[in-house]
Design a protein around this ligand. Sequence first.
Ligand SMILES: [Mg+2]
Length: 178
Amino acid sequence: MMIAKYFLPTCYIKHYKDLDLNQLESRGIKIFIVDVDNTLISHEVHELDNEAISFIQAIKKHHMIPVIVSNNVKERVSEVAKQGQCDYFSFALKPLKRKYKAILRKYNCKSSEVCVIGDQLITDVLGGNRMKFITILQDPISNKDNTSGKVTRFIETMIFNYLEKKNKWRKQQYYDNL
Ligand SMILES: [Mg+2]
């Protein structure tokens, strides 16, 4: 089924702190793509909290390279990346493949060595699945969206409803298909 193939994440978690980084490391993941808005911090927040910084550090400790990839503007994304001391790609136009392909080239790695975490089906999961990355969907940390977020949330709700109807996915029924 096409929709499930493109929109079902490999894993579905409540929050990034629930992730088993050992498992991802032992699976050979080298690049860990992290979304910003509503994954690490909410839209109205400008600084990473200690939990988010610890998460980025933990990725490094597990010998994976954290890369911040966001559709947001450089001004915001570069600031966050600076705080997390990691590389970033801003205005990424997820789910388009262009920036993802640039990442594969830059770090000289294969799709099977990349995982991505984000809070949106239409950008993070769809983009990652198109690239055959491991995709991790996290519940948004805030209900507040920016304007473009509102539009994608609307479409996303329709896809979630479809997946629920087909018994493929259910809200807060977390799973790990790694
Ligand atoms: Mg997001």
